[in-house]
Design a protein around this ligand. Structure first.
Ligand code: FMN
Length: 185
């Protein structure tokens, strides 16, 4: 049985914890164990037709990695391992991003936009946009047409909302990701 692939980048482990919570909520029949992009091959990533991808925000809303000041390898280093341009045609992708809206109000969760742009340009079908209601920030590159391009989590100041946000978002994206898996089964 095919599963939803869950992949994430992280610097200090928070995005990993959220990926693990997503995995636990979906169950291992449905989703494969979340993997850090710093330890996977492009083939492992590309094996999935339905994906949940997560990223923290670092730099000026860059794709996280050494250029954005990260010490650990992150999305930037994973992408550098690809032989050619990323090809996600035929894949359905839901995105989540972490950020800190008080400290980084001018560029809240902005790296999420970079991941979105990358997937969009690679031909993926992106699902799971998320309302900005309940967050307080000045600017986020991750807002497109008035909504976040994926689920946004702020563990620093709004951890009390994370569980309900994960549940509501997964209620939306899980059936769509499962549909995609059934189509290719
Ligand atoms: C040096 C540094 C830069 C950051 N830059 C941003 C930023 O631009 N926007 C934002 O929303 N959060 C920013 N954050 C907050 C992190 O994205 C947030 O704490 C996230 O949960 C970290 O995830 P991780 O533990 O998976 O690395 C920054 C944090 C640090 C330490």
């Amino acid at each position: 049985m095919k599963t939803i692939g869950i992949f994430f980048g992280t610097e200090t482990g928070t995005t990993r914890l959220i990926a693990k919570r997503i995995h636990k909520k979906l169950g291992e029949q449905i989703a494969s164990k979340p993997l850090n992009v710093n330890r996977i091959s492009p083939a492992e990533f590309l094996a999935h037709d339905a994906l949940i991808l997560g990223t923290p925000s670092y730099g000026e809303g860059d794709i996280p990695g050494h250029s954005a000041g990260c010490i650990e390898p992150n999305w930037e280093e994973f992408l550098a391992k690809l032989d050619g341009p990323l090809d996600l045609r035929g894949k359905r992708v839901a995105l989540f991003g972490l950020g800190a809206q008080e400290r980084y109000s001018e560029r809240f969760a902005s790296s999420l936009f970079k991941l979105y742009e990358l997937c969009r340009n690679a031909g993926a079908e992106i699902i799971g946009s998320w309302s900005t209601e309940g967050y307080t920030f000045k600017h986020s590159a991750a807002v497109v047409d008035g909504r976040f391009v994926g689920l946004v989590i702020d563990e620093r100041t709004q951890g009390m909302h994370t569980n309900a946000r994960l549940d509501a978002w997964l209620d939306e994206v899980q059936p769509l990701l499962m549909d995609r898996l059934e189509q290719v089964a």
